[in-house]
Design a protein around this ligand. Structure first.
Ligand code: C2E
Ligand code: CA
Ligand code: CA
Ligand code: CA
Length: 271
């Protein structure tokens, strides 16, 4: 169960049982959550590691459940995928994120907003139309939007993923490969995949001071991404030591608790 503190800082309690979808009444409750505005979007900053500037944000879904409190996405995204609710959920997050990007732009803050796209959304054939429609509705330039595809979502149907990614990229949307290093992608696909950004999975950012293998992996992924002309983002940056190392290795951007947790838009600390 998640706790919402006054500061907007959230922590998840290790109370996995309460978060189990079956305990929450399954799809019906999630449908209701979507209809009743219980599905919220929080934003986590991404920092430019050279300038220290706020480079963008990642939009992350949260379910503000009336009795269970704040439910983390790992508990309801799989449920949404199983029940077909991922399509309206993705549409909801996309709309919220683009409206927020438009508000920031109006306030003189040009922030890239990244939205997560799950396997089902990537492959259900409606994503490109949805994105086009939402960009028009919010009058947001495509260049403000980044879509994060997980490596495993891509690998579940690489050909189709590449086709969808290519069309989105033609629109001017930036494409990122999320959780890189965890999804068994082959280098041949990575070579051909139209993505602009590689996000190193946060599991590789753990124990960097004692785990030299993780350091080697992080270094190799940064070099690989750069050699393929991609920007490299490290997620899960929690310590000044990790930041130091990433800067030494030439990583482009960082995201993690060191810079800020996901928070409602109003609580995002401006540069
Ligand atoms: P993700 O896309 O890999 O998102 C990053 C996750 O890492 C977020 O968890 C974020 O809160 C967490 N995180 C960020 N910095 C740190 C750090 O320094 N240390 C640690 N330990 N964790 C950090 P969150 O918000 O619980 O989201 C979990 C996953 O749920 C996301 O992983 C993403 O796969 C999925 N998700 C979230 N929102 C959406 C959405 O709107 N649509 C879809 N399809 N998936 C979503
Ligand atoms: Ca992500
Ligand atoms: Ca990730
Ligand atoms: Ca992840």
């Amino acid at each position: 169960r998640a706790k919402q503190h006054g500061t907007g800082v959230e922590t998840y309690e290790a109370d996995a049982d309460l978060n189990r979808p079956e305990r929450l009444g399954y799809g019906g409750a999630l449908r209701e959550a979507l209809d009743c505005g219980q599905l919220q979007v929080h934003y986590q900053p991404k920092r430019d590691l050279r300038t220290g500037e706020l480079a963008g944000v990642e939009a992350l879904a949260r379910w503000q459940h009336p009795t269970q409190g704040l439910i983390p996405p790992d508990s309801f995204i799989p449920l949404a995928e199983q029940t077909g609710l991922i399509r309206p959920l993705t549409a909801h997050v996309l709309a919220a994120a683009l409206e927020q990007a438009a508000r920031w732009a109006a306030a003189g803050l040009r922030l890239h907003v990244a939205v997560n796209v799950s396997a089902r959304s990537l492959h259900d054939g409606s994503l490109v139309d949805e994105v086009v429609q939402q960009l028009e509705q919010t009058r947001t330039p495509a260049s403000a939007l980044e879509l994060e595809l997980t490596e495993s979502a891509v690998m579940s149907n690489p050909e189709q993923a590449m086709a969808v990614a290519a069309r989105l990229r033609e629109l001017g949307v930036r494409m990122a490969l999320d959780d890189f290093g965890t999804g068994y992608s082959s280098l041949a696909y990575l070579r051909d995949l139209p993505v602009d950004v590689l996000k190193i999975d946060r599991s590789f950012l753990q124990d960097l001071s004692t785990n030299c293998r993780n350091v080697s992996i992080v270094r190799s992924v940064i070099d690989l991404g750069h050699n393929l002309g991609m920007r490299v983002v490290a997620e899960g940056v929690e310590t000044p030591e990790a930041l130091d190392l990433l800067q030494d290795l030439g990583c482009d951007q960082g995201q993690g608790y060191l810079f800020g947790r996901p928070v409602p838009a109003a609580d995002l600390v401006h540069p």
